[in-house]
Design a protein around this ligand. Structure first.
Ligand SMILES: NC(=O)c1ccc[n+]([C@@H]2O[C@H](COP(=O)([O-])OP(=O)(O)OC[C@H]3O[C@@H](n4cnc5c(N)ncnc54)[C@H](O)[C@@H]3O)[C@@H](O)[C@H]2O)c1
Length: 272
């Protein structure tokens, strides 16, 4: 989901599987808008089999500095947004007897703590139990609900990112925010929240992957191969979350690394 039609169209155009795509922009926190874009998709294809809840406000501030307004805005996008999309799409599935798949994108910040992202961490922790509860509500209909946890992937889509950056610049003030944005952090009592020195490698397989790895995994999780997987989390992070805090992996050049990435073919989808 996105509110920005140009970046959505760039996204659709860059996804290549030989099918068709459409952009249906809207604000995930507004129930009427969610209903409207879900209706637009239903009108075009008559059914929805897969929902991926993805919208979030990344970045933010730590607990000492986050504002009530920004905390609330962040919670509205990830928490209310995931709920409204799940509710409205799951109703469309249940009404049509579709045993669909709903995937909620979580984050490593939903499973362990990082400084400077208190609202984001609150949201993503909530997402992890939201999927378990929603999976129970929807199991009687054969609808599956799972979370998917990526960890800071390395982009492999520079042209799409460039489109996204244009979208950020075009966005109305306050629509998106990033970085710590802490103006008051100079007080003498402040302490650093991060290690400042040279950073040792922390990912056991040497890479957390790319958006293509994420797409493959979500496609599989939404397929009938995963027909009995519900209420759980799938993590694609090169072993980062499994790592014991005291273990520092070998440097990337000493690792075999993963097998080569299975790339998408590069024929663009027609945009409707
Ligand atoms: N980038 C990372 O390192 C990382 C790591 C772990 C998890 N994630 C998760 O992956 C998902 C995608 O993140 P990303 O890195 O692509 O970030 P992004 O900022 O590029 O994408 C977020 C999207 O949410 C949309 N959005 C924000 N508010 C909205 C609203 N009110 N209504 C509709 N759409 C709205 C934005 O338009 C944007 O397209 C998020 O759920 C994020 O938490 C990202």
């Amino acid at each position: 989901m996105s509110r920005r039609a140009p970046s959505m169209r760039a996204c659709v155009a860059s996804h290549a599987t030989g099918g068709e795509g459409m952009a249906a922009p809207g604000d995930v926190t507004d129930e009427a808008q969610v209903q409207r874009y879900v209706d637009a998709v239903l009108e075009r294809w008559g059914r929805i089999d897969i929902l991926v809840n993805n919208a979030a406000l990344l970045g933010g501030r730590g607990v000492l500095d986050e504002s009530a307004a920004d905390f609330e805005r962040s919670v509205r996008v990830s928490s209310l947004g995931y709920f409204l999309n799940t509710k409205i799409v799951a109703r469309s599935m249940a009404e049509r007897g579709i045993r669909g798949s709903i995937v909620c994108v979580s984050s490593s910040n939903g499973w362990s703590g990082s400084p400077g992202v208190i609202a984001y961490a609150f949201n993503k922790g909530g997402v992890n139990n939201f999927v378990r509860a929603a999976a129970m509500d929807l199991a009687p209909y054969g609808i599956r609900v799972n979370s998917f946890t990526p960890t800071a992937p390395t982009p492999d889509n520079p042209e799409l990112l460039a489109e996204g950056v244009r979208g950020v610049l075009d966005a109305p003030p306050g629509a998106l925010r990033n970085g710590s944005g802490v103006e008051t952090a100079a007080e003498p009592w402040r302490r650093p929240v991060r290690w400042q020195g040279e950073r040792a490698p922390m990912v056991p397989m040497g890479t957390t992957g790319t958006p293509t790895d994420i797409g493959h995994a979500i496609a599989w999780l939404s397929s009938d191969y995963a027909r009995l997987i519900t209420g759980t989390d799938l993590v694609v992070d090169g072993g980062a979350r499994a790592r014991n805090f005291a273990y520092i992996p070998a440097a990337a050049e000493q690792l075999a690394g993963p097998v080569p990435l299975i790339a998408l073919d590069d024929a663009a989808l027609p945009v409707v």
